[in-house]
Design a protein around this ligand. Structure first.
Ligand code: PMP
Length: 360
């Protein structure tokens, strides 16, 4: 068996121990005589799976009791519409545009109300986080929206925007569970799980209870109404059972690893190895301003497209896969989520040094 070091931006590497455990339980989940894929979402066994998953997430993120945890579907992109439908009361929201995912959320929200782009880093290909200390927040804004970690561009908020008292809504798809989060700073946090948590198909929303209302936009589909999902404990219809089961295993893995403070330390160590090399290399350069660098997604270039392509090809052959950058940035991107071991980054840097020596 040859597992590669998978630097994909998502879906991404999962902890090997989780995959092994799932494999062992594939045909007979704990004496039920069936796979989790085959069991009723109303069964006792699944009830335990989803409740434990929620409790473990609550424990690791220290989610306050006045927040609901919802297991949803439709990808993070579905939330781009669900958020304005559910959270707009005045029909106004402010968006900070730090990349393609924030921009898509903004464009979608425009269908439902007055939506302001209060800051943007589009002028420099989203290579930084704009100054958010004194934004022109709309007095009537129902919320301020951010994409907390920008998967494509490799930037992250090291300081949250000053929302001037408005609710903050954050897409944390690509950095959830990578470090501690003060949930109370947000009205809502949501994430597609396919990077740091589990297989694609599950979206988790953590929402302050008072924001879950019945009087949402009248055309809001039943399935997209947070109240529907909250009242039914995420079992209004058949949820993505198998995905939730794997997420639950990853939550337990994070606990075993020492929780979010330990994950942060582990991620900082990994990121430092790569960034330190990029800062010293004559061939490879990071594309993001230093103070806004992400711990999860590290884009870099050589400045020569042919050399980039040669590097990606050679790296793939050496077992470092999915390093090709997003087409809007070019070059390379190493996504080093929680499940990427330190060894993966160390070996990648060794490989990059060797490539640099041989090609300069
Ligand atoms: N937000 C972020 C930060 C992302 O990286 C992505 C890409 N996975 C999305 C949203 C869109 O996610 P999905 O494909 O689940 O709709």
């Amino acid at each position: 068996m040859a597992r590669v070091f998978n630097f994909s931006a998502g879906p991404s590497m999962l902890p090997e121990s989780v995959l092994r455990e799932a494999a062992e339980e594939m045909l007979d989940y704990r004496g039920t005589g069936m796979s989790v894929m085959e069991m009723s979402h109303r069964s006792k066994a699944f009830d335990t799976i989803i409740k434990e998953a929620e409790q473990d997430l609550r424990d690791i993120m220290e989610i306050p009791d006045n927040y609901k945890v919802l297991f949803l579907q439709g990808g993070a992109s579905q939330q781009f519409a669900a958020i304005p439908m559910n959270l707009m009361k005045n029909g106004v929201a402010d968006y900070i545009i730090t990349g393609q995912w924030a921009k898509k959320a903004y464009e979608e929200a425009k269908k439902y109300g007055k939506v302001n782009a209060v800051a943007s880093s589009a002028d420099k290909t989203f290579s930084y986080i704009p100054d958010c200390s004194d934004l022109p927040i709309d007095e009537d804004a129902d919320y301020v929206y951010i994409c907390h970690n920008n998967t494509i561009y490799g930037t992250t908020y090291h300081k949250l925007p000053n929302t001037k008292g408005k609710i903050l809504v954050a897409d944390m798809s690509s950095d959830i569970l990578s470090q501690p989060v003060n949930v109370s700073d947000y009205g809502m946090i949501y994430f597609g799980v396919q990077k740091n948590v589990g297989p694609a198909g599950v979206v988790v929303a953590i929402i302050r209870e008072d924001l879950i209302r019945d009087d949402v936009m009248p055309f809001t589909p039943t399935m997209l109404k947070y109240k529907t999902q909250a009242d039914a404990d995420s079992l209004y219809n058949t949820p993505p059972c198998y995905g939730i089961y794997i997420c639950g295993k990853v939550f337990k893995w994070v606990k075993e690893m020492g929780g979010l403070a330990a994950m942060k330390e582990h991620n900082e160590k990994k990121a430092a190895i790569l960034y330190n090399f990029l800062d010293s290399s004559k061939m490879f350069k990071g594309t993001v301003v230093k103070e806004d660098r992400s711990l999860m997604n590290v884009p870099f270039v050589t400045g020569d497209e042919e050399l980039d392509a040669k590097f990606v090809k050679a790296a793939t052959e050496a077992g470092f896969v999915n390093l090709k950058g997003h087409r809007t940035v070019g070059g390379m991107r190493a996504s080093i989520y929680n499940a990427m071991p330190i060894e993966g980054v160390e070996k990648l840097v060794e490989f990059m040094k060797d490539f640099e020596e041989k090609n300069s």
